[in-house]
Design a binder for this molecule. Structure first.
Ligand SMILES: NC(=O)c1ccc[n+]([C@@H]2O[C@H](COP(=O)([O-])OP(=O)(O)OC[C@H]3O[C@@H](n4cnc5c(N)ncnc54)[C@H](OP(=O)(O)O)[C@@H]3O)[C@@H](O)[C@H]2O)c1
Length: 350
């Protein structure tokens, strides 16, 4: 159990943090063109929510933006999504965004969804969602235990996937940890609050875990590019590795905002892993990106939300965010593999 740092000073700091978050969300960039709104309704999220204008970021990105404004879907994504044999693996599927990825992949694709959860049998949200599925859709979801920090379990997952399916077409590294600042030492507001164990925990879940999973599943993600008969017959069919990152991980964009040392550092490490692995994975027909979801209404962001932020529409509904992130994944091209992108397809400088 982590030490509790609750104090009046901390509460004041969290308030200040919320103020900074608000500032971070407001931008002078123009709103998305109406075609993007059309694109939004293509996704299976609530249509009543209208997102705020696009963010502006500091720094110069080295990748091009991903255009999601014309209902764009690449040949690779269309092939993946229409293939009933395709396999999509989602970590952190017990609740929040991970669970929403499972739900939306069920409607957006025809494939099988492997929902990885930390504590089997302890997710009422997942149980509820599964209970509402038709028999056919329920048969497409395979629930399996996975602590992303446990290498043995990652290897077990790899072996299970190998024997059951022999392939992975999409890996969604969604599980993550931020802390609530009440029951955990993070997110930290200054250097004096750094806690070594917490720092290590953040790196283990947010950076090392996703990279280890990617590493172990790489052979299964291999190449839908003419390397075997099935693929030669169906043509190009790249796989994807999607990693949930955060804007605060960007060095260029870090111009004096929140401290949040351990979270920023661990997600920045994840980003470096994504960019480095993109060069290697590209050779086997696997694309990878880091995604910034925007502040989304989940358990993670709840301690840092304010009534005003919600009233101003600055906290995204989970269904909106995940729909947009899947739009970005479906529209990404090979040249964009290795980049960090936000929910509007804008590239964020590392
Ligand atoms: N929400 C936001 O505003 C926001 C903003 C930027 C980036 N993100 C990123 O988006 C991702 C999803 O965030 P969220 O808001 O959905 O988070 P959340 O509400 O806190 O849910 C976290 C999920 O990760 C799982 N998890 C935590 N540690 C794990 C471990 N060791 N092994 C396996 N699973 C583990 C949790 O499982 P249990 O249910 O078993 O605890 C839960 O399913 C995260 O990577 C986060 O950093 C979120």
């Amino acid at each position: 159990m982590f030490r509790c740092y609750a104090s009046a000073a901390r509460v004041a700091k969290v308030c200040n943090q919320n103020k900074l978050l608000r500032t971070a969300c407001v931008s002078s960039a123009p709103p998305l063109p109406s075609s993007n709104v059309t694109q939004s309704s293509r996704s299976s999220f609530s249509t009543s929510y209208q997102p705020p204008p696009n963010n502006t970021y500091h720094g110069t990105p080295v990748y091009n933006d991903i255009d999601i404004g014309i209902n764009k879907i690449t040949d690779a994504a269309a092939a993946r999504n229409n293939d009933a044999d395709a396999v999509f693996v989602v970590t952190g599927a017990s609740r929040s965004m991970g669970l929403e990825f499972v739900k939306q992949l069920l409607t957006r694709t025809k494939g099988r969804i492997v929902a990885c959860i930390l504590r089997p049998g302890s997710s009422p949200a997942l149980d509820d969602a599964l209970g509402q599925l038709s028999r056919d859709d329920r048969a497409r979801v395979h629930v399996t235990p996975l602590d992303v920090t446990n290498e043995e379990q990652i290897v077990q997952l790899r072996d299970e996937l190998q024997s059951m399916y022999g392939r992975v077409d999409g890996l969604f590294n969604v599980a993550g940890v931020l802390g609530d600042k009440t029951t955990t030492p993070g997110p930290e507001m200054n250097l004096s609050q750094l806690d070594q164990t917490w720092l290590q925990n953040q790196f283990a879940v947010n950076a090392i875990g996703p990279l280890m999973i990617t590493s172990k599943l790489t052979p299964l993600l291999k190449a839908r590019k003419g390397r075997n008969k099935y693929l030669r017959e169906t043509g190009s069919k790249e796989s994807v590795v999607v990693n949930l990152s955060a804007r605060v991980a960007s060095m260029s964009d870090n111009t004096g905002g929140l401290a949040w040392y351990s979270y920023r550092m661990s997600k920045a490490a994840l980003n470096q892993g994504v960019r480095t692995s993109s060069h290697e994975l590209r050779r086997q027909g696997t694309w990878t990106i880091a995604l910034y979801p925007g502040m989304t209404d989940t358990d993670m962001s709840q301690p840092f939300q304010s009534k005003t932020m919600k009233e101003k529409g600055l906290v995204f509904p989970v269904s909106f965010t995940v729909g947009r992130l899947l739009d970005v994944v479906d529209a990404m091209e090979e040249e964009q593999s290795g980049g960090m992108y936000d929910w509007a397809g804008q590239c964020i400088a590392y």
